[in-house]
Design a protein around this ligand. Structure first.
Ligand SMILES: Nc1ncnc2c1ncn2[C@@H]1O[C@H](COP(=O)(O)OP(=O)(O)OP(=O)(O)O)[C@@H](O)[C@H]1O
Ligand SMILES: Nc1ncnc2c1ncn2[C@@H]1O[C@H](COP(=O)(O)OP(=O)(O)OP(=O)(O)O)[C@@H](O)[C@H]1O
Ligand SMILES: [Mg+2]
Ligand SMILES: [Mg+2]
Lengths: 222, 222
């Protein structure tokens, strides 16, 4: 469902730093892929290319037959809104919207009735243990609570692929296990496709496949 | 060296949420204390009270004999700058300053020569593995790199106490081990006092004492 072909992304700081260096990979529909690797190895950069949030200097990404290189900025924004769910490394919640409104936001572009949207947003927040924090603004939430709102928001639209960058980095072990079993359950029962950058062995353990990155390249696919 | 006496901090969202509920604790000079607990249990709030970044609704904090309740906002700012080092849960680097300048900043208030400040900042960044990222701005760094700059900055001034909130949440296992042995080494060789909120068992393993929080209270001190 998601394919990367010869992706390259470099930053120029006096010399060229290849954050992503000739990376190709294929993600099947319903697959749970984990990406691991040392700090600075290019995982977040790769994820932003897979999500169309950034343009490679060469190579392409194809989601469900759509080539990113053929899409305008608006076309990419539309594709992301409809087909992708994101958990960013720094969560990126909308600061002036409550937890409930943050989770409801991706669904507002669908044809669902307001009540259905609010009900689903509430249900997702209860699933991640935040039923008592619906009206809180991001700044009124703990680090791990913000991270869980971001997870709920990424799942809201039943996206073709969930791209998650360190979704459990700020959680205690019990909550981490709960999030790992949530992902595993959605993958197994609903066929939700996941691409998860993580250091969490609870998550890599659930994955069908673990991709290792080092210095911008894919080391091995185990 | 650091003492909390009957600290209370509540937020009012329709009903009162006691993020910190009658907490008292004592940290000895040269001690390495870890604070663990579920997401939302009050760890970051407690740390912000210990650091004088927030005022409790009752209770007090005493650092090296100085009572926070007796200090003005300016007095607290001065105390923080001179005697405390912080790693925040979301790093809080200055966005328009390079890694080097971010680490140098706490030292600029001392009487050190510019060259000595820059040399120490560079040395600290090399110690956390970022010798090749000195000129990068925070936005040009990976999540784990930003976190390590924040660690280097917290250590820069040889503060009386380092207060760190999830200092390794965004690091891979190898880098996490390196940070844990760095803290352990500074504690053992230089008597650096640490109060570290963490889920990382590599860090709790180094601690003299592990404090457990739950629902705003200290559960047990093991
Ligand atoms: N400004 C605020 N207004 C209302 N509630 C708040 C505010 N800040 C924190 N809280 C609530 O207080 C509780 C404790 O928050 P805190 O950030 O201290 O938790 P934590 O232990 O650091 O959690 P985590 O491990 O997820 O970072 C949380 O349940 C949070 O929702
Ligand atoms: N805008 C930029 N300008 C210059 N260099 C950058 C920029 N963004 C990232 N880099 C560099 O590219 C490399 C890869 O960054 P990336 O954020 O993808 O790493 P990562 O694997 O996600 O790391 P972490 O596990 O620490 O989050 C890093 O070494 C970083 O310093
Ligand atoms: Mg990253
Ligand atoms: Mg916290």
């Amino acid at each position: 469902i998601l394919r990367a072909v010869n992706l390259n992304k470099a930053f120029f700081m006096g010399e060229a730093i290849y954050a992503v260096n000739n990376v190709s990979l294929t993600v099947g529909k319903g697959e749970f892929v984990a990406i691991v690797g040392p700090s600075g190895s290019g995982k977040s950069t790769l994820l932003s290319l897979l999500g169309g949030l950034d343009r490679p200097i060469s190579g392409d990404v194809i989601l469900d037959g759509q080539r990113y290189s053929k899409l305008s900025e608006n076309g990419l924004a539309l594709l992301r809104r409809r087909h992708l769910g994101f958990v960013f490394q720094f969560f990126n919640l909308i600061p002036h919207l409550s937890a409930l409104e943050n989770v409801a936001l991706p669904m507002r572009f669908n044809r669902l009735a307001r009540t259905a949207v609010t009900a689903r947003a509430q249900e997702l927040l209860e699933t991640v243990g935040l039923g008592s924090r619906l009206r809180h603004l991001p700044l009124q939430l703990s680090g791990g609570e913000q991270q869980r709102v971001a997870i709920a928001r990424a799942l809201a639209n039943n996206p073709a692929v969930v791209l998650a960058d360190e979704p459990t980095g700020n959680l205690d072990s019990k909550t981490r296990e709960e999030m790992a079993s949530l992902f595993e359950k959605l993958n197994r029962e609903q066929g939700q496709t996941f691409v998860v950058v993580t250091h969490d062995e609870g998550l890599t353990g659930c994955a069908h496949r673990v991709i290792h990155m080092r210095d911008g390249q894919i080391e091995k696919i185990a």
